[in-house]
Design a protein around this ligand. Structure first.
Ligand code: MN
Length: 343
C-alpha cells in the first residue's frame, strides 16, 4: 500500500486527552483491539502487550493487531497470549467495540491496517513529537517510550481501583519498551522519570538483566551477515558528518536475510566517530520503494528531514518511506540534500 503524505489539514483535529481521562476510559469494560505500527520494535510490541494484559486483568477481552508479525527476538513479549498479530488472527467470535493504537504517530505507520481501521480508531496513545494524529489522543513527546505512558496508565488504573494488581507480564513488557526506545537507557530521551519508572519496575520484580539479555544478548547469524554487508556499503558525505548505509533488494536476496535483520544498520552507522547523522536505506522488494531510517547524534532534527518525505518520528530518530525516486542513488541524494539544509 502506498499512502500519500498528508498535509496538516488532510485530517480533522482530534481531541487531546489527559492521562486520567484515558485511564477512566480504559477502565470501562469494552472488548478492545490494540493496534501498533508495522515493522514493530520493542516499544510497539511492549506497549501493545502490556496494555493487553492490563485490560485482561480488568476482565476485558483484548487482542493485539499489527500489519506485520512480531520479529522472533521480541516474541517473548507476547507471553504466548497470541500465536499471531496479523489481522487474520483476530478472533471473530468477539464484538470488538473499541480500537486503541499505541506507539503509532501517523496513518502510514499502521501500514495495511489503515485501510480497515480508518475512522474506527477510538484513541491513540503515543510519544512521537511529529506525526499526523488520526484519533482522539494522548501524545506525550517528553515520554522516552510509549511504554512510559503505559506505565503511568497502569499505576493510575491501580490508584482508581480499576485494577487490583498489575500483571508481572505487563511490567516486563513496559520495561522492554523503555529499554529498547532508549537504547538501554543511553539516548538523550532518557529523563529522571524514565529512570524512576525503571526503578519502580525493578522493585516490582522485573528481572532487568534477563530482559536485556533477551533483547540484546545474542543475535541471529543472518543479522551479523547483514551488518557486514551494510558496513561495506557505507559512504560518507559532508566531510564524514553524514553516513549512509544501503541495502538493495538484490543484496537481501543474495544473503538470504529478511527485513528484521536490517534494523541495526542505522545504529552501526551512527556509532562511527564524527558522524552526526546516520541514514539507512533499505529496499524491501524489487519496487523502487525505499525505507529510510535516520539517527542523529548532533543538532540535526531528523524528524524534520523525514517529514519532508512524508514521514516523522523523534528529533534524533525518525523514518520515512521514499516512493518518488527512480533509483536508490537518487533517493540517497535527496535525503542527503535535505540533511544538508541543517548542517
Ligand atoms: Mn516508541
Amino acid at each position: 500500500m502506498n499512502l500519500e503524505p498528508m498535509g496538516a489539514d488532510a485530517l480533522p483535529r482530534y481531541e487531546k486527552l489527559s492521562s486520567e481521562r484515558v485511564a477512566q476510559a480504559l477502565a470501562k469494560p469494552t472488548p478492545t483491539l490494540i493496534l501498533f505500527h508495522a515493522r514493530p520494535d520493542g516499544d510497539a510490541v511492549g506497549s501493545a502487550f502490556a496494555l493487553r494484559q492490563l485490560l485482561t486483568a480488568m476482565g476485558m477481552p483484548a487482542w493485539c493487531v499489527c500489519a506485520d508479525e512480531v520479529p522472533q527476538r521480541l516474541r517473548f513479549l507476547m507471553h504466548g497470549l497470541q500465536e499471531s498479530t496479523l489481522p487474520a488472527a483476530i478472533p471473530q467470535n468477539v464484538c470488538w467495540a473499541r480500537v486503541v493504537s499505541v506507539d503509532t504517530a501517523s496513518p502510514a505507520q499502521l501500514g495495511a491496517l489503515w485501510e480497515t481501521y480508518e475512522g474506527k480508531i477510538d484513541m491513540m496513545i503515543d510519544h512521537h513529537g511529529t506525526g499526523t494524529p488520526y484519533a482522539p489522543n494522548l501524545i506525550l513527546p517528553e515520554a522516552a517510550a510509549c511504554a512510559e505512558i503505559i506505565f503511568d496508565l497502569s499505576r493510575e488504573l491501580l490508584r482508581i481501583g480499576a485494577l487490583s494488581y498489575i500483571p508481572s507480564g505487563a511490567d516486563v513488557c513496559i520495561y522492554a519498551g523503555l529499554n529498547t526506545d532508549t537504547g538501554s537507557f543511553k539516548y538523550s530521551n532518557v529523563t529522571p522519570k524514565t529512570h524512576r519508572c525503571a526503578a519502580e519496575l525493578h522493585r516490582a520484580g522485573v528481572d532487568s538483566a534477563a530482559i536485556t539479555q533477551k533483547l540484546y544478548g545474542s543475535k541471529p547469524y543472518l543479522q551479523l551477515k547483514a551488518e557486514g554487508a551494510g558496513i561495506r556499503s557505507l559512504t560518507f558525505f559532508e566531510n564524514g558528518r553524514i553516513a549512509v548505509v544501503r541495502f538493495p533488494y538484490a543484496l537481501k536476496q543474495e544473503l538470504g536475510v529478511s527485513d528484521e535483520h536490517l534494523e541495526t544498520l542505522v545504529d552501526i552507522a551512527r556509532g562511527i566517530e564524527g558522524v552526526e547523522v546516520a541514514v539507512s536505506l533499505r529496499q524491501p522488494n524489487e519496487e523502487n520503494v525505499f525505507r529510510c531510517s535516520t539517527r542523529a547524534s548532533g543538532n540535526v532534527d531528523v524528524s524534520a528531514v523525514c517529514a519532508a518525505f512524508g514521514g516523522g518520528g523523534h528529533i534524533r530518530a525518525a523514518g520515512c518511506t521514499l516512493t518518488d525516486f527512480a533509483s536508490m542513488e537518487d533517493a540517497v541524494a535527496a535525503v542527503v540534500a535535505e540533511i544538508g539544509k541543517q548542517l
